[in-house]
Write a protein that binds this ligand. Sequence first.
Ligand SMILES: Cc1cc2nc3c(=O)[nH]c(=O)nc-3n(C[C@H](O)[C@H](O)[C@H](O)COP(=O)(O)OP(=O)(O)OC[C@H]3O[C@@H](n4cnc5c(N)ncnc54)[C@H](O)[C@@H]3O)c2cc1C
Length: 404
Amino acid sequence: MEKRELVIIGAGPAGMSAAIYGRRSGLDVLVLEKTKTGGQINITDEIENYPGVAHATGPELGEMLHKHAMKFETEIRMVDDSKVELRGDKKIVVTHKGDETNEIEAEAIIVATGAHFRRLGCAGEAEHIGRGVSFCAVCDAAFCEDLEVAVVGGGNTAVEEGNYLTKFASKVYLIHRRDEFRADRAAIEQVLANPKMEPVYNTVVDEIQDREPEDDDDMRMLNLVLKNVKTGETSNLPVAMVFMFVGQTPDDGCVNGLVEAKKGGWIVTNDHMETSVEGIFAAGDVRDKYLRQVITAASDGAIAAMAASSYINEQVHLRSTLLEPEKVTAFFYSSIDPEQVKLSNAAEVKSKEKGIKTPIIDGYRNARMTEKLGLKDKLPALVELSKGEVKSVKSVSSEADINF
Ligand SMILES: Cc1cc2nc3c(=O)[nH]c(=O)nc-3n(C[C@H](O)[C@H](O)[C@H](O)COP(=O)(O)OP(=O)(O)OC[C@H]3O[C@@H](n4cnc5c(N)ncnc54)[C@H](O)[C@@H]3O)c2cc1C
């Protein structure tokens, strides 16, 4: 089976940032991607809030990320899909490409699979996806030349993508269920100043219907049945296309059910991007987090890679010193207890004096390993192990107890 140190699933800003940090810290990194390097940003026309890049199109920034990762000789492998499996202590990534299935054993995995825009869920939406209903302004804006279109949503993406569509469309109705937008003030001001943009407040789309054009020039093939949420009144809005920007869903399929997640599938991590499963990290939009943007995805990726690097180093070290030897006695302590730190120093000195190699293990930093060995509430202790199995535990309360 193929063996890799770090497997990163997803080559969006989080995955590419993790790859850059991972490669720079000397790890053997494999990135798996099922569509295109850059991830979601490929479908946006304007990025102007990533520090140092005053303006770039999404695909341009995607290309920059790709080139940057290539500078550090990152291996990016295109797959149709990938899924993580746990087999005992081993983490296996199963990938599919055409008829081929491949299995990769990874020391650590970073899940950077991102998110996608949610469907509105109204009647007629599913039937019209790709036939007037779109989730990507950049992909479909060219079809809106001089036409009237609608955007549904009230956050930054709805407002920004709506603005972008005014470069093509003759009019953009911005339909929002509340009486004010949730977007940044700057974005809202831009919208309100744009004569092609018409906000429609307190309104939801109840149904999307086919529409008979009034004449040959009428390209408004859809009828949106709108409902005012305050008055309950309904009305019809004929448009050529409708773009949905009403929230996101995580692409957590590769670890679904394996790691702890919040309602909807958003993966829970700590500050080190560690998930509930040892050695599996998550970064970027797929995480449960406050702000889903390129900059936060890149930051998550960097943290995840550094945490994964230290995890891998620790694992390799622990394996060779603690789990593989036929017979070893280790000193386990907690680095957050000053008394235990003193005892660990004494243990180190005594083992050197006797010329014995004693692994001194910080049970606080290696909490999962300590728990797995059943030592969680037994520190400080001298622990005898054989091939990773605990043979004896001797509690230590003073230097006098440290005898090898
Ligand atoms: C229309 C639009 C406009 C936006 N505008 C801005 C903006 O102006 N500024 C800004 O900062 N942010 C913007 N964003 C948000 C930004 O794009 C995201 O926050 C960012 O891309 C998240 O990065 P990520 O790496 O976490 O995930 P993604 O970018 O979603 O990348 C995840 C990658 O993982 C791949 N993947 C998923 N599952 C698998 C699997 N099982 N196996 C292999 N690969 C897999 C996907 O194909 C994808 O390439 C915008 C997003 C959209 C959609």
